[in-house]
Design a protein around this ligand. Structure first.
Ligand SMILES: C[S@@+](CC[C@H](N)C(=O)[O-])C[C@H]1O[C@@H](n2cnc3c(N)ncnc32)[C@H](O)[C@@H]1O
Length: 188
């Protein structure tokens, strides 16, 4: 990870302490996502929930090692603009496509194939988001859903749903805020 990226991450961590609307992956979860992308053959990634671009910096810096690309979605122009500035400072903008709008609408407009989706926006729509992206995901593709510990009640139905699907295997990871790691696979 180069100095520009590390500096942008550190600067954003400091900034996020000064605002009350910066809900981001905890650093250990962001490090896990970065490592996962380095380890798996992921090039085409989507993030639902850009916010200030914290997780996006970790994702895009891993994708940059193999010229991958991140499409990141948020409905708030203000946050997306701030995220763009961080990607620019980290010299990662060429690997990132920031889309502003309602996640379900933007997800429908994205063409597959996709290798990776970080599902980190509104918890009420997680099932909808999976239904939209699942057909676009390659076999072996990953949907990582944040907040399975911090929002256990809200996500209980989602986890049940993922476990009932025969085309995904879902493991719950006690990393950061808790994450559901769902791997798409061919039907047996
Ligand atoms: C938890 S934050 C994302 C944090 C980010 N992934 C990180 O770790 O740095 C969730 C974001 O989702 C956005 N969001 C919530 N509902 C949305 C929707 N229906 N469509 C698009 N964006 C949405 C919010 O504006 C917020 O910035």
């Amino acid at each position: 990870m180069n100095r520009l990226v590390i500096d942008a991450i550190n600067k954003l961590e400091s900034f996020m302490k000064t605002v009350d609307d910066a809900t981001a992956l905890p650093r250990e979860a962001a490090e896990f996502v970065h490592a996962l992308i380095l380890a798996a053959p992921i090039r085409r990634a989507v993030e639902i929930g850009t916010s200030y671009g914290y997780s996006g910096l970790w994702i895009a810096s891993a994708l940059a090692t193999r010229s991958g690309r991140l499409i990141t979605i948020d409905h708030l122009q203000r946050k997306s603009d701030a995220a763009r500035a961080s990607f620019q400072a980290a010299d990662l903008l060429e690997y990132v496509d920031l889309r502003i709008g309602t996640a379900s609408e933007i997800l429908r407009s994205i063409n597959g194939p996709l290798d990776f989706v970080l599902n980190d926006a509104d918890k009420d729509n997680c099932i909808t988001y999976v239904d939209i992206v699942a057909p676009k995901l390659v076999d072996g593709g990953i949907i990582l859903t944040d907040n399975t510990t911090t929002h256990a009640r809200e996500l209980a139905g989602f986890i049940d749903y993922m476990r009932r699907r025969h085309d995904f295997f879902t493991a719950i990871l006690p990393v950061g805020n808790g994450m559901a790691l769902s791997i798409k696979h061919a039907r047996p």
